[in-house]
Design a binder for this molecule. Structure first.
Ligand SMILES: C[S@@+](CC[C@H](N)C(=O)[O-])C[C@H]1O[C@@H](n2cnc3c(N)ncnc32)[C@H](O)[C@@H]1O
Length: 393
């Protein structure tokens, strides 16, 4: 583990949270020192203040940031269950801020530092609760991040509301955003669909909180008060990165992001200001094994597969000019022309254009819309595209 202990004193770190960042744009650093800083932090836990450490990294060097920042929970009193036992709530020093203004200042600082190190096409995830997520969202937009989704993590087993004065707080929100509006960000659509049994992945995720054997304990007590479930971070990493990408977590805690990144063959940079947590994270990650086969980790993206023009099906004799295609309910039909276009009535165009025309739709994926008939059965034309793709491999 690197002991990148920037000042070694958590009191001092706490004071630094509110320092100004007027000089933040002066640090567009691609110097050898910055590059060294990245290589020495790769797949390590850095002990220190995340803002200061991110400022030592080169510009545009990480593919994804996952951040679980202090929530500023503002818990004034101890919480007790009906049987008077104390609730293990988050009242640690790192979660305390003097005011909303101080929290906003801190948020602006770390999000600016994270944006500088994020690659132009990179994305950032922030998780939070009603205490902080709206403030974080405002800062994100003010800094030029581009919102992609807000994900509701619905907890399968939330903590009850002991006082019975409010609804049970059963979810947290993740904001997913790109570095800028122009980012060509990665979204592994096919992987998300596969993870969800072939249905599009929705923005509400139903996952249990971290408990049982996954919860790290020391002498029977939680090793970290806000350890996130690996399942949650697994989904973000599979959704937005490729094998070998670098994932940075500025609030590493017990190292959940590092553990999942390592398992999935991604690199990580973890920054944590508390030495005890950093040590817990390091020990945890050392036990994780990377999924050994690259084949198992490979991201399948339709867009990355070779483009097959429909005309190739005619050239190869798989379909014939004059043959009729129809949709899966036989409501629409079109005839195949010798040049690989389709015609219906007076209208001619590609499989996509004619598919859109007959449905009066703005667009259509002709590969999925059209079928041909064989032996009384409708067969999707896409099977021929897959056949040709398989031959090309
Ligand atoms: C909400 S917890 C993260 C928990 C983590 N996701 C996990 O699964 O264990 C936030 C962590 O950020 C750390 N932290 C707070 N402010 C920090 C800062 N300025 N720099 C680095 N770490 C910080 C805290 O010590 C705490 O461990």
């Amino acid at each position: 583990m690197i002991l990148f202990n920037l000042d070694g004193d958590s009191e001092l770190l706490h004071a630094k949270r509110t320092m100004g960042r007027d000089d933040k744009n002066k640090r567009a650093d691609t110097s050898p020192a910055a590059t060294d800083s990245l290589s020495s932090a790769l797949d390590r836990v850095v002990i220190g203040n995340c803002i200061e450490f991110m400022d030592t990294l080169p510009e545009a060097c990480v593919d994804m940031v996952f951040a679980d920042p202090p929530y500023n929970l503002q818990l004034a009193n101890e919480l007790h269950r009906p049987n008077q036992s104390k609730v293990d709530a988050v009242n640690d020093d790192w979660d305390q801020f003097e005011s909303f203004a101080a929290y906003d200042h801190f948020t602006r600082d770390w999000l600016s530092a994270a944006r500088r190190v994020l690659k132009p096409d990179g994305t950032l995830w922030v998780i939070g609760s009603y205490h902080n997520i709206f403030r974080v969202g405002t800062v994100l937009q003010d800094l030029g991040y581009w919102m992609l989704n807000d994900i509701i993590w619905r907890k399968a087993n939330p903590m009850p509301n002991f006082r019975g004065r409010r609804f049970t707080n059963a979810h947290e929100t993740l904001i997913w955003c790109a570095r800028s509006k122009n980012s060509k960000y990665r979204f592994n659509y096919e992987s998300m669909k596969a993870l969800n049994e072939d249905l599009q992945m929705r923005s509400d995720w139903y996952l249990p909180i971290c408990s049982g054997g996954e919860r790290l304990k020391i002498d029977g007590r939680k090793a970290h008060p806000t350890q996130k479930p690996e399942s949650l971070i697994y989904r973000t990493i599979v959704a937005a990165t490729n094998v070998g990408d670098i994932v940075l977590d500025p609030f590493f805690g017990s190292g959940t992001t590092g553990a999942v990144s390592k398992k999935l063959g991604r690199h990580y940079v973890g920054i944590e200001q508390e030495k005890t947590y950093a040590a817990i994270a390091e020990k945890r990650i050392a036990k994780v094994r990377r999924i050994s086969s690259d084949e198992l980790l490979k991201i399948e993206q339709k867009r990355e597969q070779p483009r097959i023009p429909f005309g190739w099906l005619l050239e190869r004799g798989l379909l014939k000019p004059g043959q009729v295609l129809m949709d899966n309910r036989r409501r629409h039909s079109a005839r195949i022309r010798a040049d690989g276009s389709l015609s219906t009535g007076d209208f001619k165009g590609s499989i996509h254009q004619v598919g859109a025309f007959v449905q009066k739709a703005p667009a259509c994926n002709g590969w999925q819309f059209w079928f041909f008939e064989r032996g009384g059965k409708l067969i999707p034309i896409d099977i021929f595209r897959q056949k040709i793709r398989a031959e090309l491999h």
